[in-house]
Design a protein around this ligand. Sequence first.
Ligand SMILES: [Zn+2]
Length: 315
Amino acid sequence: MGDQAIGVDVGGTKIAALRVDRDGSILARETVPTPAEDAEATLGEIASVAVRLLSPEVVAIGVGAAGMVEAGTGTLRYAPNLAWRDLPVAERITQALGLPCHVDNDANVAAWGEHLFGAGRGYEHMLLVTVGTGIGGGIVSGGRLFHGAHGFAAEIGHVIVEPDGPVCGCGNRGCWEQVAAGRAIDRLGREAVRDHPRSLVAALADGDPERVDGRVVTEAAQRGDDVAARILAEVGRRLGEGIAGLVNILDPEVVVVGGGAALAGDVLLEPARAAFRDAVEAPDHRPEVPILAAELGNDAGAVGAAALALEELGG
Ligand SMILES: [Zn+2]
């Protein structure tokens, strides 16, 4: 009886795959670029990267993919920011490798990874918020991953919070992820370079608004730049307000924040925590809900996918 699985995290820019044992230890890894504009090629790359990691101990494949994954069939139905529609991922990977394949949303598998092996260890009720370019979510409720009726639960980035706000990849205006994640930091960062040419954030971007991204803003803020700190305070506030709404709905014990926001750390998370405390219902009449940085970094999704695949076997 083998006890290893391959976990694959399929994002819009790269496919990261790991061979993992039951304890979540990483035994081998491969990363390749995602041919995101070509669905067939994407399926082919997932299969070939998994094949390269195979060993006789591998008994299952787990895949986390950026988009809405239908439970049961493991079909990626829709990706708001990518061209993928109706990709039969589980079926194709099982055909290619002859192994059972479990496919889930990328933030769901990351939530499962953090729940088992990361910042969510020991909590039965956990909300994961992944803050990168956009926002993804994963919900662990009663020690189990919550999928909803079809597998589409926890698409938390696409709640409209600003009806006249920026256009989102899903087609709506003012989704939460447009004001509380990487695109908002980029947008405010570009404005800051134009409005505050003497700031450190402008200097780090060589004065070019197009060269500003979350990394530049975060570095400037961590080095004490007020302009950059104000950007992260504003985006962090929107993040914390949204988390408060989700905590009102879900009542978790802990909120784990992953993605690039976890790397930014307290320059983003402290404003989020403050806004959360202001906005959550009855903060003085409920246990404190810690908002923690994720611990597994970019490996959370693949590790969680592998663990889910092993659990699907009944192990
Ligand atoms: Zn949206």
